[in-house]
Design a protein. Sequence first.
Length: 202
Amino acid sequence: MPARSGSPGREVFTGTWRNRQHIIGVGLSDPIPDFISLPGALAAFDRQDAAVLVPHPSFLNVSLDRDAVTQHVDAIHAVETHNFKTLPGQNRNARMLARDTGLPAFGSSYAHLPGSVGEVWTAFERRIDSESDLVAAFREGVPRRVLRRDTLTHTARGVAEFAHLGYENSWGKVDRLFLSGTEPTHPGNVAYESRFDDVREY
């Protein structure tokens, strides 16, 4: 459903389904739909003073690549350097991207299965008591560490999360849920009052 007032954050699918780039806004007060252009999403985040995060860079066909991150580096506050679903080599590449662009890191469980929550996390060197504290920590580049569990269960849960991607990303499911124009995150939904018509992809 669309992000509502006080929503901690939202991962927006920018671009088309076949060429989508995920981007996260933390600290949103107004809804932002999927399937709008990347510049359109970044502009919407900026209007709300949200923290802008790049999840799973260069992962499959659902991510910002190095060129996109470099092009929009001034609008981005952090790059995900450890994602529970991605392979070790992909996480190493993400760490190199963060280093090369000078962007701070963050880590995530990317949990779509309940048991995966808390497998990877970001520990800031500042107390975080509210959404606004979290947004400020990201926007100000507060020092942090990316941590993860290191157990056999952790590995098994990661495999299960990756396998779940096949279900999540089937074309039929997405066509039915997102592209019909009735899904709440479709840019043509009445909730957006045509505000994104100039940047929508569908």
